[in-house]
Design a protein around this ligand. Structure first.
Ligand SMILES: [Cu+2]
Length: 139
């Protein structure tokens, strides 16, 4: 058993490599079934990590999105694009904030309330799972 342990440890995800800073979930009118969550992720490790997705009990699914604006015929068109992953470089940080990356909570199972705290499990490549709890706020 003792001999097996070091080998087993090699396959364990690097817990603590990714640190989440406080974020928030946008409060929207109850009729809106999708909303966005924001936070900042810091990679304290020496290797890049990829956020692949997330899950939460309050929504059918969570997608990674990035806001983008396009100039078309004199108009600015705002939209968002799904991303297969978001990479956080070693020693780097990625901010999820309005106008940039966000976690799209799609298909809310019930209306969220101001001040409520939503638990979201962030899923990284390699099986690392990081649970964060974000307050619902109107901003
Ligand atoms: Cu979105």
């Amino acid at each position: 058993m003792r001999r097996l342990l070091p080998i087993f440890l090699l396959f364990l995800p690097a817990w603590g490599q990714v640190v989440a800073e406080p974020g928030w979930v946008r409060l929207l009118p109850p009729v809106v079934r999708d909303t966005a969550a924001y936070l900042t992720l810091e990679n304290r490790g020496r290797t890049a990590v990829r956020l692949l997705g997330a899950e939460t009990e309050v929504a059918e699914r969570v997608s990674l999105h990035r806001d983008h604006r396009e100039h078309r015929g004199g108009h600015t068109v705002l939209g968002m694009r799904p991303l297969p992953y978001v990479e956080i470089p070693p020693g780097g940080r990625v901010a999820f904030r309005p106008g940039g990356y966000h976690l799209m909570l799609e298909g809310l199972k019930r209306p969220l309330k101001a001040g409520e705290r939503v638990e979201i499990a962030l899923l990284f490549q390699g099986g690392l799972k990081l649970k964060v709890t974000l307050p619902v706020e109107m901003r």
